[in-house]
Design a protein around this ligand. Structure first.
Ligand code: NCD
Ligand code: ZN
Length: 344
């Protein structure tokens, strides 16, 4: 049996939802992760500092007894956002970041940003006050091919934004392409990228070849093998600007298995064991702690978690296929191969 001990990991991109689903998924995240950056795309979204404080209180109230877990809150940027509210919420420690969703890009993004020029004053205030900006980096216009949306966003929106506000602290979320990797690695800082576990394991063939698999449908959509390899190269490089944001995005099976199914993979319970498998296969187990435990904290100016978790490799592990909630079942992500790693 092999064992490794790493600082307790963090998840820098997580959907916890609310109500019954939140109560059901919180134990899965709080078992493995010390902190998570909680996405604000509820319906209605978390728009003001007050919304974020209330949402944080609901999360804390729903945590299992004795959980060693701190939710880090985000605000959903709208064209009506008040810059003073954002800066105050950050200064008061209510929020850790602001999330930019291009309107129409993903789940519950209708109230997101239609024109980046309409949020210029908020972004300037954030750059001045050191409030981090997390970006769903895809254009949402109907004319852009879904596989090109990340690349077009970088060229059309992100590069000009970084040129105009170089001091703005940016996280490009769930990077999925070789072009996204190259942009984040080369851009003048401060900038980082998150990568999901599922984009490190799967390509669009897994989603579409030989039958359509709705539980692999997520946004940004899975890409090509060359993209997956580019992601894997930087994820397993301890000196890169990339760290884990699972983008674990639970949807009830009824919403996934539908003629127009929702985007999102529920990966929280399995992300760490599968990442250990992946890093080991690459001969890069020694870079796992940087990806899951230390680089994200550094980007957000926080200390590494003081406690450790132990990962053990023994024999193939079987996970539950589904999580029961009061609202119905949620399918747990399964990449179609096994891992020999478990979290103690
Ligand atoms: C996320 C969700 O369901 O909230 N879905 C997804 O496919 N990743 C939204 C998002 O992060 O794009
Ligand atoms: Zn997400």
């Amino acid at each position: 049996m092999t064992r490794i001990e790493i600082p307790r990991p963090d998840d820098w991109h997580l959907h916890l939802r609310d109500g019954a689903v939140m109560r059901a998924v919180l134990p899965d995240t709080s078992r493995h992760f010390g902190r998570a950056l909680v996405m604000p795309n509820l319906d209605p979204p978390v728009v003001t500092g007050k919304d974020a404080a209330h949402y944080r209180d609901r999360i804390l109230a729903a945590l299992p007894d004795g959980a060693d877990f701190t939710p880090l809150m985000t605000l959903y940027l709208t064209e009506e956002t008040d810059p003073d509210d954002v800066v105050a919420a950050h200064a008061d420690g209510v929020i850790a970041a602001v999330k930019l969703y291009p309107a129409g890009a993903t789940t519950n993004s209708a109230r997101g940003v239609r024109d980046i020029n309409n949020v210029g004053h908020t972004l300037e205030a954030m750059a001045k006050s050191g409030v981090p900006l997390c970006i769903h980096g895809e254009v949402a216009d109907a004319h852009t091919d879904i596989f090109d949306r990340e690349k077009v966003f970088i060229d059309r929106i992100l590069r000009p934004l970084k040129d105009r506000l170089p001091e703005l602290r940016v996280t490009l979320e769930h990077v999925t392409t070789a072009e996204g990797v190259a942009f984040v690695e080369d851009a003048p800082g401060p900038i980082a990228g998150t990568i999901t576990a599922h984009h490190l394991m799967l390509t669009r063939n897994d989603l579409l070849a030989g039958g359509i698999r709705p539980h692999y449908y997520c946004l940004p959509i899975l890409k090509r093998e060359r993209d997956r390899r580019a992601l894997l190269a930087v994820a397993t490089d301890a000196s890169s600007r990339f760290f884990l944001g699972t983008d674990s995005a639970p949807h009830l099976d009824g919403g996934k298995l539908a003629p127009c199914g929702c985007a999102g993979c529920y990966t929280a319970p399995v992300a760490l064991p599968y990442l250990a498998q992946l890093f080991e296969t690459c001969g890069k187990l020694d870079a796992l702690a940087a990806f899951v435990s230390t680089k994200g904290a550094a980007h957000y100016g926080l200390p590494v978690n003081p406690t450790n978790v132990t990962l053990m490799r023994d024999q193939p592990v079987t996970f539950a296929a589904s999580l029961a909630t009061e609202d119905g079942p949620i399918t747990i992500f399964d990449p179609g191969f096994t891992t020999d790693w478990a979290v103690e």
